[in-house]
Write a protein of this length. Structure first.
Length: 131
């Protein structure tokens, strides 16, 4: 079964918000975009809104879907990722679960060690092809 996951691309000019997992999470210290699992009965934008409140303490206005892709990790775990643009949110960003959160210029994204599932999207963002 493929796990359905939503992720937010917070955009501020040429910068995108990136989050680093802690050493205690699965795939420790990898970088990712904030978001999480879609619960039963949730629509993707609704799930993302909930996850962003839990992880970053903000009330986000979920924008258009930017990308959707599937990835299967070496251990056989498969995910389907739904990426949404977030341009507006209320509240101050709070780091509630990550080791670090950082605004990163799109040309510097490739320097971070992203989750394998995010790499294709990160390359497209860095090249200016998305957003």
């Amino acid at each position: 079964m493929i796990k359905q996951v939503v992720a937010a691309l917070f955009v501020r000019g040429q910068e995108i918000l990136c989050c680093q997992r802690t050493e205690y999470q699965a795939l420790p210290l990898k970088w990712e975009f904030p978001g999480g699992k879609i619960e039963a009965g949730e629509e993707p934008p609704e799930a993302l809104k909930r996850e962003l409140e839990e992880e970053l303490g903000v009330h986000a206005e979920i924008g258009r879907k930017v990308a959707q892709l599937q990835h299967t990790y070496l251990n056989g775990n498969a995910v389907e990722l739904h990426f949404f643009k977030v341009e507006h949110y209320e509240g101050e960003l709070q780091n509630r679960i990550f080791r670090e959160i950082r605004w990163v210029h799109r040309r510097d994204l490739l320097a971070l060690d992203f989750l394998d599932a995010d790499r294709t999207l990160v390359q497209q963002l860095a090249a200016g092809k998305l957003l």
